[in-house]
Design a protein around this ligand. Structure first.
Ligand code: GTP
Ligand code: MG
Length: 262
């Protein structure tokens, strides 16, 4: 899987008039890149932080995250690319920061935050290819220039993984589940977080009412009939990949409450 290099991003940011950093509202702290934000500052470009996937959290949670980030001195708004909510506000914000046409907006951020989906939502039609899982067909590999309206362009970029990304977010977004040499540890960390923030997450996704992450993987493998041929032990690696995929598809559902951060 190809991710954006910092050099490519620097060039893109330098040539853009406005930069949109797309963040996953389920976990804004771990899907924001301070390094990216500092780079935008260094080039003296206008930055908008866009909290995407707001259809997955209550309205009050979206509002609170926006206020927190605003309080840090950023331009911020929340949208749902999937439901096409908040796109009018975002469009207005961009035009306020880039009053003279023609202008271009670089859309940057962590993998799988919905960068391409936001561009499509603003365009009102598809054009930027999208995909649910890192590395699966449709993920963004190179820069792509898309027209939103005459004189208003957006540049779609591949996701970037900063070093400060944090565990396990950087791992599970940085590679396709198949490419992970050890999917079990990140999947266990993910399950722990899921249960911490949504006690019903595992019951709702798999009908398994167990709280020990390793045990959950074993039970899921048994449930799906995944066993090692050699010793007939549950194939926990396959269960781990499934858990990671289900997080990307938001079937394994949780979000980090803003209160945690205040
Ligand atoms: N629930 C929900 N899912 C979304 C939303 N926006 C995007 N997604 C989903 O998130 C996944 C990733 O979307 P993309 O637009 O491909 O994300 P990306 O940031 O361009 O991904 P890369 O180019 O691979 O870095 C897809 O499965 C989308 O359907 C949203 O507003 N709500
Ligand atoms: Mg993309």
């Amino acid at each position: 899987m190809e991710l954006a290099s910092w050099r490519l991003l620097a060039r893109t940011v330098k040539n853009a008039d406005v930069v949109v950093e797309v963040v996953d509202i389920r976990d804004p702290v771990h899907t924001r890149s301070r390094r990216l934000e500092r780079m935008v500052e260094a080039f003296d470009k206008q930055l908008i932080i866009v909290l995407n996937k707001s259809d997955l959290v209550p309205y009050s949670v979206a509002e609170k995250w926006a206020r927190i980030i605003e309080g840090q001195g950023f331009e911020v708004t929340y949208v749902s690319a999937r439901k096409r909510l908040g796109t009018r506000v975002l469009r207005g914000m961009i035009k306020r920061l880039a009053p003279v046409k023609p202008f271009s907006v670089a859309v940057v951020g962590y993998p799988k935050t919905g960068k391409s989906s936001i561009i499509n939502a603003l365009r009102g039609r598809k054009g930027a290819s999208t995909s649910p899982i890192p590395g699966s067909p449709g993920y963004t590999r190179t820069l792509q220039l898309l027209k939103i309206e005459p004189g208003f362009y957006m540049i779609d970029t591949p996701g970037v993984i900063p070093i400060e990304g944090g565990w396990p977010e950087a791992i599970i977004r940085g590679r396709s589940p198949e490419e992970l040499s050890d999917p079990v540890r990140p999947a266990m960390a993910l399950l722990e977080r899921a249960l911490k923030y949504n006690p019903r997450a595992v019951v709702d996704a798999y009908g398994i009412s167990e709280r020990d992450p390793y045990r959950i993987l074993e039970l899921l493998a048994v449930k799906r009939g995944w066993f090692y041929k050699s010793d007939h032990e549950p194939l926990v690696e396959e269960a781990a990949r499934t858990v990671i995929r289900d997080y990307h598809k938001s079937k394994l559902f949780f979000y980090v409450p803003p209160e945690e951060y205040l």
